[in-house]
Design a protein around this ligand. Structure first.
Ligand code: BG6
Ligand code: GLC
Ligand code: GLC
Length: 924
């Protein structure tokens, strides 16, 4: 055949083209027709090959394999369940791209009652050709205009209008209302839309229009609307098939098989986008010269090759090309063509449908052909009918092969269990071609004999399904609003943080002057940092963090060597009697000495005691009050060193020489200061939080001034105990505080440190559950359990490397089974709570650094902060947020953060070493 010329443009329009003068039909005309139509024949083996090859492509795309590029896209649609039938409400639906050049607006009412359907109102608009091929903005403005025309013409409620967009092109969705167009297909090619979020484009256009306030809450592919609108019947409707202008299908895939998803439970509707399928081995032999010409002349040559053999936009065109070819061979129309026949797009899908329908009768075929300016004779009509049938049969068979691969895929995904499924069919080809559907069904039966499939026509052309998805999306959107409202108080602005910083500065100044202040600003009697000349073996104790430790610290010329052992302090001991606690501590020391072969030696001992103490000297510290989880009786108001010595006395066997008592912040600062002399701030963000820094001696009340500096333990955990933080405090903070062992105390600490963040999260989750945002509104018993959320979980949940599925695994381990939406909510709650903590902590450090800079009269201050604590160290983002906040609030201070590697026990030993060195010096 003459495959070269694009049949539509060879001859000038207006002329009646005849291949020969008053041609008699060639003798071999039926042979020519046979030969021509033979090309559209597809064997069962070929169909099976397509089925197999498409299945390979689908699975490759599901696995996320990029190379070789899979021939289909397998796009997640974020529709996770088929309808329950309980969705209700009124929804607007805007349909773009499903039915060629027509745009539909619908008003769909979902009653929430099974079987009760309200007829939707709808209006169709023709999209002008220049809009389909023009600028993207023009297309979306046109859509917004149609919408507003519809709303003006129909008496529907104007309140809270929610819209679902049916957008039938391949899109990357990242949520129910976020969808980026990958590429135009079918008859559309608007500039500036590919790569853009089409939901946003529509929202912008509606806003530009300004006539109505409509919220776009969901976007779906037409296949999804088709599937979702299907009435729940005997078998689950888990496939949506569309054959309209284009063709495509979606189906419910097991989420665990979709690599692009974070979630591994349940199912997700995946749009196959099979229109783009091309596999040279499988499809190549089937491509006729007509297919090649059609592709060459299309808007998207080379793309959507499979769709171009099936979709309604192309069937008429294929028929036209065959008719032109046969006319030119003298087989049809006396060898004559017509300008209309030679014009692209003149044979419509409707024509093909009618002409191949045997019940239509020859007169109807004649009429259509005459409408195309042709003069058919009696046998022409019959031949044309054959042509239409051949083109459509092939289309239906290819479509069946594709559908069979989807069914095979579902069966494989479900471990080959017998598949009973309903396929919702939509689109004009399915709806208007009885033969197409029949062939489709028969062929599917042959290709997928093991699947029990029924076919169900779509409702309201898919509009109802779009409304269903919109209903779900609207519910999710309202959940999002509630979530945002709940978390808003945790999101502190720069101004709020600057206020915290200023309040902290003021409280510091007052505390140092000895005036009433929530910051105690306790002198530590640590004045000198190690100078490297210290030597000897020291014991250290470290009490008050996650672990109680006993350490042997060897300070030698080559550096510091540490041996340590962790001992547990049971809660009953931490909250029992003081005597019991200190006896336990001494028992641990004795055990350690024995294990280390140190029994009988009286090594100098440094005691890291991470609680607020009023120190009267280096080895004298009066516990002001317990904090964190400790509450041992008869200790507050007592000298801790004396209590320890008394316990040692009770345990006659040991001899210990307690030289220094040190707060963990101080120990950390000293430990880091051994490496970096600029380390003049110590910070702890662990079970509790606190900071110390080197203050000018002249500023420390109660000490005989003089030159030099002294380390001051701020005890900033208590910041805000005078009510100054109340404006920032949320009702969740109040609940955590109320339930703590020290209500009203340590308010700053309770917003920041590891001991409390999990509890704050738990209280927020309880609230979200009561609002119906989490756990489908069902209160989980486990969530009522205090302290089930450890800081560790916050750190794990927020770790970037953990996908949401692991977040769920963590929570399931806690006995909290969540859906993927729930997991996302939990993650956001954790983020909001830990971000507030980090930013408040940063505001504190900024206050300290700025005070140091000013009191030293410096333009710029360069200072290092020694930091320790499980939250700071384990949380993936905490440290960088603290640093960023400090940069923001103290721009004239260059603050470097050093993580302490050896714990503050090492620092306590170093303080002891320095004290021993100085003592020796005085003796000399
Ligand atoms: C450790 C110190 O390194 O950090 C402890 O040695 C301190 O004394 C602790 O309390 C803080 O962290 P956490 O997370 O254990 O409270
Ligand atoms: C095209 C589109 C696809 C749509 C189908 C049917 O193939 O790319 O998204 O589902 O047409 O309208
Ligand atoms: C608590 C203690 C404080 C300690 C901090 C960090 O706030 O009161 O002394 O430094 O926890 O462990």
């Amino acid at each position: 055949m003459d495959a070269a010329g694009p049949a539509g443009v060879q001859q000038g329009a207006g002329a009646l083209g005849c291949s020969q003068e008053a041609s008699p039909r060639p003798a071999d005309s039926s042979g020519l027709v046979q030969e021509c139509l033979q090309q559209f024949k597809v064997t069962e083996a070929q169909l099976q090959q397509i089925q197999a090859s498409l299945l390979v492509s689908m699975e490759q795309a599901l696995r996320g394999e990029a190379s070789p590029a899979p021939a289909v896209r397998m796009l997640p649609t974020y529709v996770g369940s088929i309808p329950h039938g309980t969705e209700q409400g009124d929804f607007l639906v805007l349909e773009l791209g499903a039915k060629g050049a027509s745009l539909r607006v619908l008003w769909v009412t979902l009653t929430g009652i099974e079987g009760h359907r309200v007829e939707p109102r709808s209006q169709e608009f023709v999209i002008p050709q220049e809009v389909m091929l023009g600028a993207g903005q023009q297309l979306f403005d046109f859509a917004a205009h149609c919408l507003s025309e519809f709303l003006d013409a129909h008496p529907v409620s104007r309140q809270g209008l929610q819209l679902g967009l049916s957008f039938s092109f391949p899109c990357h969705q990242t949520g129910l209302d976020r969808s980026t167009l990958i590429s135009w297909t079918k008859g559309f090619r608007c500039s500036g839309v590919e790569g853009q979020d089409v939901v946003q484009l529509l929202r912008d256009a509606i806003q530009r229009q300004g006539a109505h306030s409509v919220e776009v809450v969901a976007v779906v592919n037409d296949t999804v609307g088709t599937m979702m609108g299907c009435a729940p019947g005997l078998r689950p409707c888990e496939v949506g098939l569309v054959v309209d202008t284009g063709t495509n299908a979606c189906y419910m895939e097991e989420a665990r098989h979709v690599a692009a998803l974070d979630d591994d439970r349940g199912r997700m509707c995946v749009s196959v986008e099979w229109g783009s399928f091309r596999d040279d081995a499988a499809l190549g032999p089937l491509l006729t010269a007509f297919d090649r010409t059609l592709d060459r002349e299309s808007l998207n040559p080379g793309a959507q090759r499979f769709e171009k053999m099936i979709g309604g936009l192309y069937l008429g065109e294929l028929v036209r090309l065959v008719l032109v070819h046969l006319a030119r061979r003298g087989v049809l129309f006396g060898g004559c063509t017509s300008p209309a026949l030679l014009s692209r797009g003149s044979v419509l899908l409707e024509h093909v449908a009618e002409m191949e329908d045997p019940s239509a009768g020859a007169a109807r075929v004649h009429a259509i052909l005459q409408g195309l300016g042709l003069s058919p004779d009696s046998s022409d009509a019959e031949l044309v009918r054959h042509v239409c049938a051949a083109v459509c049969t092939r289309a239906a068979q290819l479509c069946a092969a594709a559908l069979a691969s989807v069914l095979s895929r579902m069966q494989r995904g479900r471990e080959h269990r017998a598949l009973r499924v309903a396929v919702a069919t939509g689109g004009r080809v399915c709806e208007q071609h009885p033969r197409f559907c029949r062939i489709l069904r028969e062929t599917v039966k042959v290709l997928a004999p093991e699947c029990d499939v029924s076919f169900v026509p779509s409702v309201d052309g898919g509009g109802r399904g779009v409304a269903m998805v919109t209903a779900v999306a609207a519910r999710l959107a309202s959940h999002r609003r509630l979530l945002e409202e709940t978390l808003a108080p945790f999101r502190l602005s720069r101004e709020q943080l600057a206020v915290v910083q200023a309040q902290m500065r003021e409280a510091m100044a007052k505390g140092l002057r000895g005036e009433a202040s929530s910051l105690r600003m306790l002198p530590t009697y640590v004045r000198a940092t190690p100078d490297g000349s210290e030597r000897g073996d020291f014991l250290a104790l470290d009490l008050g963090g996650t672990n109680f430790r006993v350490l042997l610290v060897r300070v030698a010329a080559g550096g510091v060597q540490i041996t340590s052992q962790v001992y547990s302090i049971p809660e009953c001991v931490a909250q029992g009697s003081g005597q019991q606690l200190f006896d336990h501590i001494v028992d641990c020391i004795v055990d350690f000495q024995q294990k280390q072969g140190l029994s009988g030696q009286s090594l100098p001992l440094g005691f890291t005691f991470s609680f607020p103490c009023r120190q009267l000297g280096l080895d004298q510290g009066i516990l002001l009050n317990w904090t964190k989880g400790f509450n041992a009786s008869d200790c507050e108001g007592q000298d801790i060193v004396r209590l320890l010595r008394a316990a040692i006395g009770r345990r006659q066997a040991v001899e210990l020489n307690v030289v220094a008592i040190v707060n963990d912040t101080v120990g950390t600062m000293m430990s880091c200061g051994y490496e970096d002399p600029r380390c003049e701030i110590g910070l702890i963000v662990g079970t509790g939080t606190n900071a110390c820094y080197m203050e000018e001696l002249r500023n420390v009340a109660g000490l005989t001034g003089g030159p030099g500096r002294m380390c001051v333990n701020m005890e900033w955990g208590a910041f805000g105990d005078d009510g100054s933080l109340d404006a920032l405090s949320t009702c969740f903070d109040a609940s955590v505080d109320r339930a703590s062992i020290n209500p009203g105390k340590q308010r700053f600490e309770k917003m920041i440190s590891g001991m409390y963040l999990g509890e704050i999260v738990r209280h927020v989750l309880l609230r979200l559950t009561s609002l119906g945002v989490l756990f489908r509104g069902q209160q989980m018993g486990r969530l009522q359990t205090r302290d089930i959320f450890k800081t560790k979980f916050l750190s794990e949940i927020e770790s970037d490397s953990l996908a949401l599925r692991q977040v769920r695994a963590i929570l399931e381990d806690l006995g909290l089974p969540l859906t993927s939406d729930d997991a996302l909510v939990v993650l956001e709650v954790c983020q909001a709570v830990s971000q507030r903590a980090a930013r408040l902590c940063g505001a504190g450090v900024a206050a300290v650094a700025e005070r140091m800079r000013e009191s030293r009269g410096l333009e710029e201050l360069a200072v290092s902060v020694g930091v320790d604590g499980t939250l700071y160290k384990l949380h993936p983002h905490f440290s960088s947020l603290v640093a960023a906040t400090v940069r923001e609030l103290a721009p004239r201070c260059a603050v470097t953060f050093l993580q302490s590697e050896d714990g503050s026990g090492k620092g306590a030993a170093l303080v002891t070493a320095v004290a021993c060195r100085l003592a020796q010096k005085t003796r000399v």
